[in-house]
Design a protein around this ligand. Structure first.
Ligand code: NFS
Length: 621
């Protein structure tokens, strides 16, 4: 096995990998070793399994598959389907929020309510729904219909395109990538990539961009906005992060997945006095809820619930031996968690009909019965405390302080009601630009080394950093999410963030909340009367692994944001597709991807881009 020091930058992770090895528990790192080397064709994107005349592999000696598809077609088709998986995941999550809103309006969702009525009315107004003089319920019903129809095939564009600068929309219309409907674009991608349909790689890639835009400005944005409406719009609050948020003396229940519809209800149940009393009866000091991955981000943003860790910490959290239950909904949940749980007393509970795990305890969670189910689930966790083996408990280190909850609404409020102070700070050069660092961990990359390395390097250069998804936990553990982190920032950023009392790295939420970053970019562009591609901004997914991250990267680029990936997707087998991604898109959408695995060089690239954009805007001489 690889030396532990090479796997991760974190002491808490190292301690748990060592414990796993001592106790004979298999982790993602062991499986990666067994799977390495990977299939070279799949790595290059040149293997095709789309029909049974194959499967085919494209090589110089066999330049076409049985159907005649060349490397370009095969790579584009594979990438198209890859992004479709990501766009579908975000968007199906978004639709689940619409269904909860519907259940609330039908009076069939005990325990859920519309928490932020003002936001509901505001977003309805933004997409052209008449709000004045109307009952909240009428507005909500019309909003519901509109958002449901954003998934369909009848629309000309998804509703939230109302936020996009006109120049950008014209660009999209010109090249035919205006996203019409979420399901429409995803289904069309599955159609196009069937044998014998779209056999022109650039054409397939453009549709991938259109589909990704339907995710970013459609499915994901709906997910974010309705989560705010139902559970409240995040406001800055303090919390803690790393494995030490798991408490030796308490019943520990970890929520993992993405949908706050489940985790919010679990949190509410964990505050039930009867359950707390029962926990105490069993000798625990109380019930502790902590988060993993994005549903952790959702609870952290709105409720200040501590963050146990990101993607590569999910197995390791269970290995502390102090976790009574892991409650999951969907996405990024390694199936191995069932096996890891079974090595301890940990109950592994799945909650979604569409995301079941063999060997898990299943609850068919739905708004109607959620309250009762959440109570039962927490009760299972409490009872499991009696089964814990104290001799196997090891919780490493001390929790690190973090500040979270930066929605755009909160940022605007902190700035005194408008974005103008931020625009001024950018114009004066105190904040030279902004980069969103987003995405995952990948066991092929030293855990969080790039996520943290890049964030540190950018703030040093007076570039404001926004983090979401698994990068937020990394930034938190590195001490970057507290106001004191301005000591690590350049003088300009230090001055601006210091005056506002905010960290130089702002936690902007979960991965669907990348839509908040899109919205911020659109608002800045509108304020300056320019296109998003004119702004001194960038995006980065240094340690990405998932189809969702690919969709995010592509909608960022298609929205005009220069985007970094720490490693290439499986497209390098096609020069046409690769060139389009790293240069050709510039002419079409005003931005491209760049691939770089070194954080300093990546920061240099962003620096150069931001300088060029600042000069073009006349901000620097
Ligand atoms: Ni994003 Fe959230 Fe993490 Fe990656 Fe997975 S949890 S949606 S995909 S691994 S950042």
């Amino acid at each position: 096995p690889s030396p532990i020091d090479e796997l991760t930058i974190w002491d808490d992770a190292k301690a748990m990998i060592a414990k796993a090895r001592r106790e004979g528990v298999e982790t993602v790192y062991d499986r990666l070793d067994k799977q390495t080397p990977h299939c070279k064709f799949c790595e290059l994107g040149t293997s095709c399994r789309n029909c049974t005349m194959g499967p085919c592999r494209i090589t110089p000696k066999m330049p076409r598959g049985v159907c005649g598809a060349d490397a370009d077609v095969v790579v584009a088709r594979n990438f198209g389907r890859f992004v479709a998986g990501g766009a579908a995941a975000h968007s199906d999550h978004g639709r689940d929020l619409i269904e909860v809103l519907e259940a609330i309006l039908e009076g069939d969702a005990e325990g859920y309510r519309i928490k932020d009525e003002k936001k509901l009315v505001r977003i309805a107004g933004e997409i052209g729904i008449k709000t004045q003089g109307r009952q909240l319920r009428d507005v909500a019903e019309e909003l519901l219909e509109r958002l449901f129809s954003d998934f369909g095939s009848r629309g000309k564009e998804v509703s939230f395109l109302s936020r996009v600068p006109e120049v950008r929309k014209e660009k999209w219309a010109k090249i035919g990538v205006t996203p019409r409907g979420v399901d429409h674009e995803i289904v069309e991608m599955m159609h196009r990539t069937h044998m014998g349909v779209d056999n022109d790689a650039p054409n397939t890639m453009l549709h991938a961009a259109r589909m990704a835009l339907a995710d970013g400005w459609g499915g994901s944005m709906i997910g974010t906005e309705l989560s705010d409406v139902i559970f409240g719009t995040p406001k800055p609050s303090k919390s803690t992060a790393n494995l030490a948020v798991i408490k030796e003396d308490k019943v520990n229940l970890l929520v993992h997945g993405h949908n706050p519809v489940v985790s919010e209800m679990i949190l509410a149940a964990a505050r039930d006095p009867k359950l707390i009393a029962r926990a105490k009866e069993l000798g625990a000091a109380g019930i502790n809820i902590a988060g993993l991955c994005c549903t952790g981000n959702e609870l952290l943003m709105r409720q200040g619930i501590p963050m146990a860790g990101n993607h590569l910490m999910t197995e390791l959290a269970i290995i502390t031996g102090a976790v009574e239950a892991v409650v999951v909904d969907y996405q990024c949940i390694m199936p191995s968690l069932v096996q890891v749980s079974s090595c301890y007393h940990t109950k592994f509970i799945d909650t979604a009909k569409k995301a079941r795990f063999t060997g898990a305890i299943h609850y068919d969670f739905n708004p109607k019965t959620a309250q009762k189910q959440a109570y039962e689930i927490v009760s299972l966790a409490v009872e499991a405390f009696a089964e814990r083996d104290p001799s196997r408990v090891e919780i490493p280190g001390q929790p690190v302080s973090i500040m979270s909850g930066f929605s755009n609404e909160a940022v605007v409020e902190a700035l005194g009601g408008t974005l103008t102070p931020l625009v001024d700070a950018i114009a004066q050069g105190d904040v030279r630009g902004a980069v969103g660092i987003v995405g995952c961990n990948n066991p092929k990359i030293k855990h969080d080394s790039l996520n943290v390395g890049l964030a540190k390097e950018l703030i040093k250069r007076d570039i404001l950093v926004l983090v979401t998804g698994c990068v937020s936990s990394a930034a938190g553990k590195a001490g970057l999410l507290v106001p004191e982190a301005i000591e690590m920032a350049g003088p300009g950023l230090k001055k601006v963030c210091g005056a506002l009392g905010i960290p130089p790295v702002l936690h902007y939420g979960s991965c669907v909340d990348n839509s908040r970053i899109l919205q911020l970019c659109a608002a800045l562009a509108n304020e300056l009367h320019v296109d998003i591609s004119d702004l001194p901004v960038g995006a980065s997914a240094p340690e990405w692994y998932s189809e969702k991250a690919a969709s995010i990267g592509l909608y960022a680029v298609a929205s005009g944001i220069y985007t970094h990936l720490g490693h290439a997707p499986n497209i390098l087998g096609s020069e046409t597709v690769t060139n389009l991604a790293v240069s050709g898109l510039e002419d079409l959408v005003g931005a491209t991807f760049f691939i770089e695995s070194d954080p300093i060089k990546t920061a240099d690239m962003f620096d150069a881009r931001i300088n060029a954009k600042r000069q073009a805007l006349g901000l620097d001489k």
